[in-house]
Each structure stands twice: as C-alpha cells, then as structure tokens.
Design a protein around this ligand. Structure first.
Ligand code: FAD
Length: 544
C-alpha cells in the first residue's frame, strides 16, 4: 500500500468530519474541493477508482450544450456556457479551446437562419467575445475548412467555440486539489450503509475494497454524489420517494486519425434521432454519442455492436470518402447519464438540470447536471451544507472560492504558456523517438509534471515508449492514488481509448511494475492480468 493511501485511510478511520461525500466522480470531487476551500473538514469515498462511473465516459467537452438551446433551456446554456471559460482558466492545459464546425445540410436539424441565430444566442448567453465568436461559412468555405464533408445537400456551416477536456483527468485533478486543501479522499472505499444518531445520519459504514476491511466514518452531514447510484443510496436511507433517476446510455467509438483525418471537431446530423460529434484527439478521432434507455448491470457498461454500427453509419454518411468499417474501430466506451425522470419524455428530451434531494434523516443527494457545471453544482451543495452546519452554532464559513482555485500545483497562467511549454517538451522528447502526438499527450495529461516524467525516464538512461510509460506509472504511483492497472491505462492516461496498441504492447511490463509496487503474489498478478484482458475485450467488442 502506498504511504499516501495509508495516511488517508488512517485519517478516514480516526477523524471526525463536518462532511462526508459519497462518490468520487466530478460532482463529488467538486463538492470536496469546494468544502475544503471553505475550511470544512471533508472526507470523500469512492467505491471504485475516481471517475470510474460516468465521469470517464462522457464526450469530454466542457461545453454550453448547444442542443439545450433547442429545448429552450436558456438558463442552463448560459450557466454552463460561462463556466467553460472559468474551468479553462483554472486548468488551461487540460481544458482547451476547440473550434467546432456545425455543417448545415438540406433537411437537417438546423437551417441557415436558425444556425446563425442559434450560435449567436449561444455566444451571447456564454459571453463569448472577439475571434471566438461564431462565424457563418458558405458552402465553399466550409469545404475548404473540412474537405471530407459530404458535398451534396451541404448548404454551409457555422464555426463556433467550445472547449474539450479529459473528464477523468479533470476529476483526478479536482480530487488532488481537494486533498492539497485538506480533504481526505480515497478510492476503492465503498459506503455500504449509513450510521444514525437520533434519526439523523451520522456517517457511513464503509468497506475498503483494497484489503477487505470494514470501518466507520463519522460526519456531521453526508452528501451522496453517487451519480447513477444515487437512488440506490436513497433506498438504503428509506427516502426513495418522489422524483427518481432515469439512466440513459451513451456510447462512443475511436478510430485512427489517418482513417478520418478531420481538420475540425464537427457536430452533425445522423439520419435517425440526435446529432453526434466527431472530435480529433492526438492520434485519433472519436465519434459519439448515442442515447438510449439504459437497462442492466450499472457496474458493467460497454458499447454494443448496434451502437458501434450506428455511429459508424452516421460518420460515413457525413464523411462518405472515409468508408469506415468495423475493423477501423480501435476502441469504444459507454456511460450512463443520471437524468431526473420526467413523465412522457424520451431520454433525449429529458432535462440535464441538476437536482438536490434532502431526506428526513438529513441525507443530501445530488444528481443530474453535467461535467461542465460541476463547480456550480458543488457551490450549491456546499452553500446548503454550511447553512446547516452554521445553524445553532457560532461557526462562520466563507462563500464559494473555487473560481480562483487553480487545478494544479504549479499552474499555467494561460493557453499561450501551455503552447510554449509544449515546445519545450517536444525538444526534450526527441531522444525517445516517439510519434509527434506525444508532447501534446503528456502536457494535456499531466501539465508541468510532464517535464519531471521525461527527466526521470532520461535519468535511468532508457528511451522509447516503454521508458516514458514506466515513468508515467511511477508518477501515478506517487501522486495519483492508482491501485489497479485499469486506473492507469483507462483513467490516468486515457491510453485504453486513445492509444490501445500501447496498452496491448506494454501490459506485461505494467503488470510487473504493479506486482513490485504492491508486492502482489502470483495469484493476484494473474487475476489482474485476466481483468485487464477482459477490459480490453469489452472495450473493443467488434474484435471478439
Ligand atoms: P459519476 O461520475 O458516475 O460519479 C459517481 C461515483 O459514485 C461513481 O464513481 C461511483 O463509483 C461512486 N459511488 C456510487 N455508489 C457509491 C458508494 N456506495 N460508495 C462510494 N462510491 C460510490 N457532460 C458535459 O459537460 N460534457 C459532455 O461532453 C458530456 N458528455 C456526456 C456523454 C455521455 C455519453 C454521458 C453518459 C454523459 C455526458 N455528460 C457530459 C454528463 C457528465 O458526464 C455527467 O453529468 C457527470 O460525469 C456525472 O458525474 P457524477 O460525479 O455525478 O457521477
């Protein structure tokens, strides 16, 4: 066990907290950070790895949600639209500005006038200024910008500003920042049930999945930010009444950029139903998402063949020369949107607004919402928490601070600094003989620690991909609470989705490094190997 984990575990067992947060997705992480920066004593437990729920399975956009304009959710568009700029400022290496192309096609969702007005309103609500404002392009200019687009039926396009990120990295950076501010956050600890004192929740009984131990956490207040699992915990609290969750499934596929060499992220119509994104990312392009009611095991959510085919068909229809086939799909992922159920509405029509429930025992549950709005959601929850904590006591708490809390220890001032730093990394990487995308990958993933990762690989005089990968792993052991190979391959590095070949190629070396780090017996090593092989298979269902 790492010394950091040991220390955090000890504090979970022995300290008494103002607030216990259940769930280490972006919502729970945001609440822990907000509360810690207001000087509350906070604990957070996550039953799997941080971001192992929906917060690693999104479209990875910090966006205003253009489609919510259509549903006339102007307030939501405005709120999340403005949040984009704040989250970008807090982590400019991780939340990056990205121009999005919206082709206008005959018979499509948006006409020329509608698109022009819609994008103008979108920018207006989100206070977008200067060159980031939307531009409307003629058919010819659109084809110059994106030659792969289908020619027939194309009327023109709108080019507008969005931000892209990595959802799991954003979550882990928020968790790490919360820990730096005194929160005690630990993964692989499940809240099994609640403890009560005079009818009020006084904490939770927990199971440490890393060693099988059970222990209690004492807290004045408890917040459930368990995403798709919120109703399960409300049931344990005997408070599952009134509004409930509705889970909708969304899948994505990943192809090599060479097979769909897009110049721009694109948001386009598919024949039946919703619009989908195709987003270039380093050596790949990912395409998604679908939207269907989710049924089944909430701990086992993967894309299936019909979903993969639906996305391939959608992409082939918009980019007909690409002729993508099943064999082009390198990887996939799928997640569950925890929506608030609305009678008579389809999954696509249900609101993405967040909602809080407070039960008679005092359990505060928060669900719905978006990755983009995590800071605002957290602010709302912690406002309620401090109100409850302050009532009848003399304690005073400040207002939300997180708009000024940078999400890295040694932050970048702005996007220009990130670009300069990436050039330094490109130079430093030359001896390793790696493909060109590696500099962007390391900087977007780790920020400034990318330099130390390379230096450490150089210090042991190794070059090549495995040297960098081992050095990344060391960094993750020391600073990012990884416990299992999937934590590293899927959520700390995104390699499972965006560089799956590197996972297949270096799996054994990584497993051995884990064995040494955690002194696994051969049986554990074999179990972890089988888990990873199963994960690889589920991630690429068309290969089986
Ligand atoms: P989760 O990330 O699911 O976190 C809940 C956590 O609670 C889980 O990790 C779970 O393991 C843990 N947990 C559950 N029970 C317990 C327990 N008993 N003890 C301890 N831990 C427990 N939003 C955007 O802004 N931009 C997008 O581009 C976008 N795209 C999306 C695409 C798809 C396909 C989907 C599904 C969603 C998308 N979203 C997007 C929405 C966004 O991803 C979610 O709103 C957000 O990730 C939800 O985070 P969460 O923390 O509430 O839930």
């Amino acid at each position: 066990m790492s010394s950091q984990r040991q220390d955090l575990l000890k504090r979970l067992k022995t300290d008494s907290f103002d607030l216990l947060v259940i769930g280490g997705g972006i919502t729970g992480a945001g609440i822990a950070l907000d509360a810690a920066t207001r000087r509350l004593k906070v604990a957070l437990v996550e039953k799997g790895d941080f971001a192992s729920g929906t917060s690693s399975k999104s479209t990875k956009l910090v966006h205003g949600g253009l489609r919510y304009l259509k549903q006339l959710e102007l307030r939501l568009v405005r709120e999340v639209g403005r949040e984009r700029a704040i989250v970008h400022r807090l982590a400019p290496h991780l939340v990056k500005s990205e121009k999005m192309l919206l082709p206008i096609v005959r018979g499509g969702t948006y006409g020329k006038v509608g698109t022009s007005f819609g994008l103008w309103l979108y920018d207006f609500l989100a206070s977008v200024t200067g060159t980031d404002r939307r531009r409307m392009l003629s058919k010819q200019k659109t084809l110059n910008e994106e030659p792969l687009l289908r020619n027939d039926g194309l009327l023109g396009s709108g080019l507008y500003a969005e931000y892209r990120t990595d959802d799991a990295r954003l979550t882990i950076e928020v968790v790490k920042t919360a820990i730096r501010h005194g929160a005690v956050c630990l993964n692989y600890v499940e809240a099994e049930n609640f403890t009560e004192n005079k009818g009020k929740i006084s904490g939770a009984n927990c199971l440490d999945h890393a060693n099988g131990e059970r222990f209690g956490i004492a807290a004045n207040l408890t917040v459930s930010a368990a995403g798709p699992w919120v109703d399960g915990l409300r049931k344990k609290d005997n408070s599952l009444t009134g509004k409930r969750l509705f889970l909708s499934k969304g899948a994505h596929i990943v192809v090599a950029w060479e097979r769909l060499p897009l110049k721009h992220a694109t948001y386009f119509d598919v024949p039946v139903g919703r619009m989908i994104f195709a987003i270039p990312r380093q050596r790949t392009v990912y395409i998604g998402t679908t939207e269907t009611p989710f049924e089944g095991n909430t701990n086992h959510v993967f894309a299936n063949l019909p979903e993969v085919e639906y996305l391939l068909n959608g992409a082939n229809r918009m980019f007909p020369t690409a002729k993508l086939t099943l064999s082009d799909v390198e990887s996939t992922w799928a997640g569950m949107r925890p929506l608030i159920y609305e009678e008579g509405k389809s999954a696509g029509e249900m609101s993405r607004k967040d909602e809080m429930f407070v039960s008679p025992s005092g359990l505060i549950s928060i669900a719905g919402g978006k990755l983009t709005g995590y800071r605002k959601m957290a602010g709302k929850v912690v406002d309620l928490v401090v109100k409850k904590l302050a009532s009848g006591h003399s304690r005073q708490f400040s207002a939300c601070q997180t708009h000024q809390v940078s999400l890295s220890e040694n932050p970048f001032e702005n996007a220009a600094e990130v670009i300069d730093f990436q050039k330094v990394i490109e130079e430093k990487l030359k001896p390793f003989g790696l493909p060109g995308f590696y500099a962007a990958y390391l900087v977007e993933n780790y920020g400034r620690p990318a330099l130390a990762i390379i230096d450490q690989a150089l210090a042991i005089s190794e070059t090549g991909e495995e040297a960098i990968l081992k050095s990344e792993l060391r960094h993750c052991f020391e600073h990012e609470l990884v416990l299992k190979p999937a934590d590293f391959f899927e959520r700390r590095t995104g390699r499972l989705y965006f560089n799956i070949r590197s996972v297949e190629q270096h799996l054994e070396a990584v497993l051995r490094a884990f064995q040494v780090q955690f002194q696994w017996p051969e049986s554990t090593l074999q179990q972890e190997r089988e888990d990873m092989l199963r994960l690889l298979k589920n991630t690429c269902p068309m290969k089986s």
